[in-house]
Design a protein around this ligand. Sequence first.
Ligand code: AKG
Length: 205
Amino acid sequence: MNTEQLKKDFDRDGCLVLPGFFDADELVRLEHETTGTVKGGDARIVKGMQRTNPWFADQLRSGKHVELLKMLLEDELEPSTTAFFDRIPGETSGITPHFDAIGHYSAGATIWIALDKADTGNGCMYYARGSHKNQYEYSLDLPFDVNSEGAFPVEVNPGDIAIHNTRTVHWSLANESTRPRRAVTYFYWAASSKPDGKRVKAFAT
Ligand SMILES: O=C(O)CCC(=O)C(=O)O
């Protein structure tokens, strides 16, 4: 990995997609821990997995992605949450366009890890490249779609990761296929980015 180039890309785009960050064994473990934690429920989003599974607490603190995120944010990390996002086959809606620092615009980043192949057929995530440089209203349903400036589908394979800045607009569409589209995220604030004592809960927590 050319870390200098990654940092440049992340600063310019507010997002990165890195193929094969987790190998097959790491992926098996991640899937195993996730399945055990969400316990076969049908929730489309399960937040705070680090609260019920110490393995996730450990990953959130010191997983192999941590040094990369520190480098990208040029800061220490303040861990926030670990979440499971499931675009369930046959669902009729996805996650509406938003950025994660709702309420304060604090700096931070999320690493999104694909458990399944994700593409436009099964509700992959979309990023609006460069949107972290703009200031949008605090809304969980911003006026973005696949034709918006900078929008691109995050088409990935299991073990690939996507990283987005807390101010980067992202969303996903419904999974109209019969294939699963599951992902795990680790979400962090940049430790020295303090939202003037009035931190409002982020969307991802
Ligand atoms: O996985 C998805 O569909 C959306 C993920 C998301 O909104 C996030 O990671 O903040």
